[in-house]
Write a protein that binds this ligand. Structure first.
Ligand SMILES: C[S@@+](CC[C@H](N)C(=O)[O-])C[C@H]1O[C@@H](n2cnc3c(N)ncnc32)[C@H](O)[C@@H]1O
Length: 243
């Protein structure tokens, strides 16, 4: 990952997302053929089903997943938290355009030190974010924070790209992801570096089974996951142990 070993990853990631924020939604829709909306709706459903009360979307970016949570029955209020003010400004504008002002609160917050008390939320989600946490302990650190702020009996759900190994789909996807996506990033967002970082960060991320194991190590129960997008991504979930 160019530059990442010599810089603090948190700072590298923050600067990168600040640069790509204006084209972030467009690139997501182009890269996934618009499918990311469906995956986010499913993540919100898996996180919240059977639960009522407040919900949190961590590293919310432009706020899609927070808005999906806000549409779930019995889920209110919703908080979308992110490190970066430019991302939160886009999220706020999107909520206003969709007439969802006042149903989601946007908050500045670091996933590694969430500014919320223990046992606050019925559920917490994070989409395409864990990969970007500082290594080596950022992934566990962010998950631990999500578990901390969720109520006993509440749920944590993660939507994330997942490394693939072997097989024709994996080889085709790697070709697309490592060659075409950086080119799209350059042409559409004027940012080849960010969209070169993206596939490399997936290669370094936990495989689906290892992420499920981490959920269990952090005390979550009823852990499960579902692969999506021909196995290129997964939604993981787990329930915080009731008192
Ligand atoms: C790939 S985007 C994902 C945005 C959104 N969740 C989605 O699904 O489209 C990653 C987001 O994580 C945010 N981020 C990175 N590090 C963070 C941290 N330590 N705490 C909170 N947000 C962070 C970035 O600002 C960016 O908005």
């Amino acid at each position: 990952m160019p530059g990442i070993e010599t810089q603090d990853k948190q700072q590298y990631v923050a600067e990168m997302f600040a640069r790509i924020s204006p084209r972030y939604d467009l690139m997501n829709s182009l890269m996934t053929g618009g499918q990311h909306h469906r995956w986010k709706r499913l993540t919100a459903r898996l996180a919240s089903q059977g639960l009522t009360g407040p919900a949190l979307d961590v590293a919310t970016g432009t706020g899609d997943l927070a808005l999906c949570l806000a549409r779930r029955p019995g889920i209110q209020p919703v908080v979308g938290a992110d490190l970066l003010p430019p991302m939160l400004a886009l999220a706020r504008r999107k909520a206003r355009q969709k007439g969802m002002d006042g149903r989601v609160y946007w908050a500045a917050g670091d996933a590694l030190a969430l500014p919320f008390p223990n046992n606050t939320f019925a559920c917490a989600t994070a989409g395409f974010s864990l990969r970007n946490m500082p290594e080596p302990d950022g992934i566990a650190g962010a998950l631990r924070e999500m578990v901390r702020v969720v109520r006993p009996g509440g749920r944590v759900a993660i939507l994330e790209l997942t490394p693939m190994t072997g097989g024709i789909i994996s080889r085709s996807f790697r070709l697309y992801f490592h060659h075409l996506v950086p080119l799209m990033g350059q042409l559409v967002a004027g940012e080849r570096a960010a969209y070169t970082y993206l596939p490399r960060s997936v290669d370094r991320f936990l495989e689906a089974e290892a992420l499920a194991r981490l959920f269990r190590e952090l005390g979550l129960r009823e852990v499960g996951y579902r692969r999506l997008g021909c196995g290129t991504m997964a939604i993981h979930w787990g329930v915080k142990q009731p008192l």
